[in-house]
Design a protein around this ligand. Structure first.
Ligand code: GLU
Length: 421
């Protein structure tokens, strides 16, 4: 089996892009080829046919997956994505990212991801409920509180987790710790819904402190106004950052003086989109990524910054709130232009970190206060941020390389200690 990185400008699939970073780390860390071979593929991949009776009584067959990448450090952990592009390769890439994200954050988990190829925005709640239950029935045998614990991701939310928990419980008995990101009423953790955005904002503030800059002097552009983008906007603007542009699938808005996030939220609640908000000028999604700003925060889909548009990015730094929003060739362009990229496996790790808190609360049958969740989250994000920056400075590497070096090193060590090879 080859462990060579593909040619840098070949078009890489999502999993090849992640492996690109893993191979580079393995080389720097001088990991044995046997360990690298273990990391190259998933430990287990479940692919299932999901027949669902739609509201019009027609039967539709969806394709669903659960990919368990590596469990050397603990039970598999990772979200479930409902999205038309959630194919097996994409889910595999996201599972790998979870392995290194959990290792970087020192959470006692391995990495997994689930996905169903569907468009949840075009399905009714009853259809989504049936699809979620069918999916859970088909992958239930590989789940478990000490085995694999799903959570929300793009296109899924606390309601989806409630359905999953219920479907799992009907077969195996009431098991709140089987999923995280549940509604608070059903054993979810305070602060889980906002956790990813809070982690993004905390990272951004640490970066500003490192630059000796005052958030009030910093302009931030956010692509995406779903769970991650909207909470990032709210919390970052509370911290004083000036949010000068936001967008969602329907379009974007920009205002160099700063958008009023409370009014934007009120508009969004009615219009279902940031597009059309009167407190700014309309801008397209493509143009949004090229707005002049200090920090650019892609918080939606993967692969939005490529070698094609990276030359036009006018931010001083890119903060990756989405998973793999910058392609490896895009990364090279940004590096050549001296635009630092804070990597996804650090920046968006707030979600899985509070998932870890939720899981421990479920196991202990005890509830933490919101203050405790937020302060523990902040402590862990700040510690990981400094560890990563110190490693990058020590080794002369880019932040993404340092993040993967820390993650891959920890996973490699666990593999050896367990005697997998
Ligand atoms: N889906 C989130 C992520 O990509 C959270 C995963 C989790 O909480 O397990 O990190």
């Amino acid at each position: 089996m080859t462990t060579e990185a593909p040619a840098p400008h070949a078009h890489l699939s999502p999993s090849e892009s992640v492996l690109n970073s893993v191979y580079q780390s393995a080389e720097r860390l001088q990991l044995s080829p046997e360990v690298v071979d273990l990391l190259r593929t998933s430990w287990r991949e479940v692919q299932a046919q999901l027949p669902v009776r739609m509201d019009d009584r027609k039967l539709r067959i969806f394709e669903g997956y659960r990919v368990q990448h590596n469990g050397a450090r603990g039970p598999y952990k990772g979200g479930v994505r409902f999205h038309p592009q959630a194919d097996l390769d994409e889910v595999r890439a996201l599972a790998m990212l979870m392995t290194y994200k959990c290792a970087l954050m020192e959470l006692p988990f391995g990495g997994a991801k689930g996905g169903v190829m569907c468009d949840p925005t075009r399905m009714s709640d009853t259809e989504l409920n049936r699809l979620t239950r069918t999916y859970t029935q088909h992958i239930g045998m590989v789940l478990g509180v000490s085995r694999d614990i799903p959570a929300p991701d793009m296109g899924t939310n606390a309601q989806t987790m409630a359905w999953m928990m219920d479907a799992y419980g009907q077969k195996y008995g009431h098991t709140p710790g089987i999923v995280t990101g549940k509604p608070v009423e059903l054993g979810g953790s305070y602060g889980r819904d906002q956790a990813t955005g809070r982690g993004v904002a905390v990272c951004m503030r640490q970066y500003a402190i490192m630059e000796r800059a005052d958030p009030r002097d910093l302009k931030v552009v956010i692509q995406g106004y779903g769970n991650v983008g909207s909470w990032t906007a709210r919390i970052a603007s509370e911290m004083g950052f000036r949010i000068v542009g936001v967008s969602d699938v329907k379009g974007g808005i920009a205002n160099p003086d700063g958008l009023d996030i409370a009014s934007l939220d009120a508009w969004f609640a009615v219009a279902g989109s940031v597009a059309g908000f009167e407190g700014g000028e309309p801008v397209t999604n493509e143009h949004l990524l090229e707005l002049e700003c200090d920090y650019l925060v892609p918080a939606a889909l993967g692969e939005v910054i490529t070698e094609e548009n990276a030359p036009r990015v006018r931010a001083r730094a890119v903060i990756e709130a989405a998973n793999h929003p910058v392609t490896p060739p895009g990364d090279e362009v940004l590096a050549a232009r001296n635009i630092p990229v804070l990597p996804d496996i650090l920046v968006n790790a707030g979600g899985v970190t509070v998932s870890y808190f939720e899981w421990t609360q479920n196991i202990q049958q005890f509830r933490w206060s919101l203050e405790m969740v937020n302060s523990e989250l902040e402590k862990r994000m700040v510690a990981a941020f400094h560890e990563l920056m110190a490693r990058a400075a020590q080794d002369g590497t880019l932040p993404r390389q340092a993040a993967f070096d820390i993650g891959v090193e920890r996973v490699g060590r666990a593999i050896l200690l367990r005697g997998f090879v």
